[in-house]
Design a protein around this ligand. Structure first.
Ligand code: NDP
Length: 337
């Protein structure tokens, strides 16, 4: 079966490093790239053998079945609404937007247009995280009571642009990583975040008031408590994800990355067992599920609604970092009402 005809919205790093290969590995055909800069778009198209480059989103939308939106976070809304109005399916980068009302408008527009909207929360595709979710569902740690994630490192030099300095574009570690981590907790635990309390840090890399690290406490509907540390500033950090339950603990190491990898161990009364993992490219897996959803076979790995909730958590974390208090996370029905 022929794959979708894709347009890339934005001549981006994430496309260059992961998503062009991911779309092609999943059977998609990239027919066009949109960039606000004609020369950069043309050079990008030539570098990746993409047949056309354009500075007109309208023209691109005539030629494609689906778009992958990966511009800076402030531009996602307008581009998503244009795609929905043209009847095109949308795979959008996280955070879906910088304001909840923008992300809600994206979800509503895609629902009304009858097109698929997915959020590129790639960490749901990691074999480590899928194995943890399966183990919890199978009751192997009893009742989950606590979750912790350590997610950071050194932000690569070539990403030291808007992410560190441009508030309007959606800078900061909270928009970059807290959205992923809160989404991952929801995916693995099948639980909903209720409140967050965040301390943000500027360790000297980002331009104040942008944070380059953050520590967040999360409470969930079930009563489970979570802890999240994210950073752009700690080059020797090893990423970890741990879930502790009444009968066991799951510990994943080196698991919060773009490249498949990491290990998972289950600790229980009988000792410690490694869990066998079936690794696969995270981005290609996400695109494959998206293409299937467009054909009416199942749902995307992370929907637009999932992206709305991860953004709600990030915005609550930002509010908490300023207020010094815990902040409520709106539910999906509160956001969309
Ligand atoms: P980039 O900085 O590479 O691209 C963002 C925008 O910046 C592009 O749309 C492009 O504008 C412009 N741009 C790119 N290169 C240049 C340049 N050399 N000079 C001037 N402008 C340039 O961003 P990323 O690829 O890092 O991130 C894009 C999106 O993807 C964000 O929403 C981010 O949060 C998300 N992301 C998601 C990841 C994931 O794993 N899910 C990982 C990394 C990022 P134009 O549109 O005009 O071409």
């Amino acid at each position: 079966m022929a794959g979708l005809r894709w347009g890339l919205v934005g001549a981006t790093t994430i496309g260059r490093e992961w998503m062009i290969a991911g779309i092609r590995a999943a059977g998609g055909e990239i027919v066009s790239v949109y960039s606000s800069d004609a020369a950069r778009g043309a050079a990008y198209a030539a570098e990746f053998s993409i047949p056309s480059a354009t500075t007109s989103l309208e023209i691109m939308l005539r030629e494609v079945d689906a778009v992958y939106i990966a511009t800076t976070n402030d531009r996602h809304r307008e581009q998503c609404l244009a795609a929905a109005a043209a009847g095109r399916h949308v795979l959008c980068e996280k955070p879906l937007a910088t304001r909840l009302e923008d992300a809600a408008a994206m979800v509503s527009a895609c629902r009304e247009a009858g097109v698929v909207l997915a959020t590129n929360h790639h960490l749901r595709n990691a074999a480590t995280h899928r194995a943890m979710r399966d183990a919890i569902k199978a009751g192997r740690i009893g009742r989950p009571l606590a979750a912790r994630v350590v997610h950071g490192g050194a932000l690569p030099q070539h990403l030291h642009g808007w992410r560190l300095h441009d508030v309007a574009a959606g800078a900061g570690v909270i928009f970059d990583l807290t959205v992923h981590d809160s989404d991952l907790f929801r995916f693995i635990l099948e639980d909903e975040p209720a409140q967050v309390m965040t301390i943000a840090q500027n360790g000297g890399l980002a331009s104040p008031p942008v944070e380059d690290a953050a520590m967040t406490l999360v409470t969930f509907k079930s009563g489970l408590i979570g802890q999240v540390y994210e950073s752009f500033t700690t080059p020797f950090l090893r990423t970890r994800l741990e879930i502790d339950g009444t009968k066991g603990s799951l510990v994943a190491t080196d698991c919060m990355a773009q490249r498949p990898g990491g290990t998972v161990v289950l600790r229980h009364s009988g000792g410690e067992d490694g869990i066998a993992l079936d690794q696969e490219d995270y981005y290609a897996r996400g695109v494959r599920a998206f293409e299937a959803a467009v054909r009416g076979e199942g749902r995307p790995v992370a929907t637009g609604e999932d992206g709305l909730i991860s953004l709600a958590v990030a915005l609550a974390a930002q509010r908490s970092a300023v207020s010094g208090r815990s902040e409520n996370v709106q539910t999906l029905s509160e956001i969309l009402s």
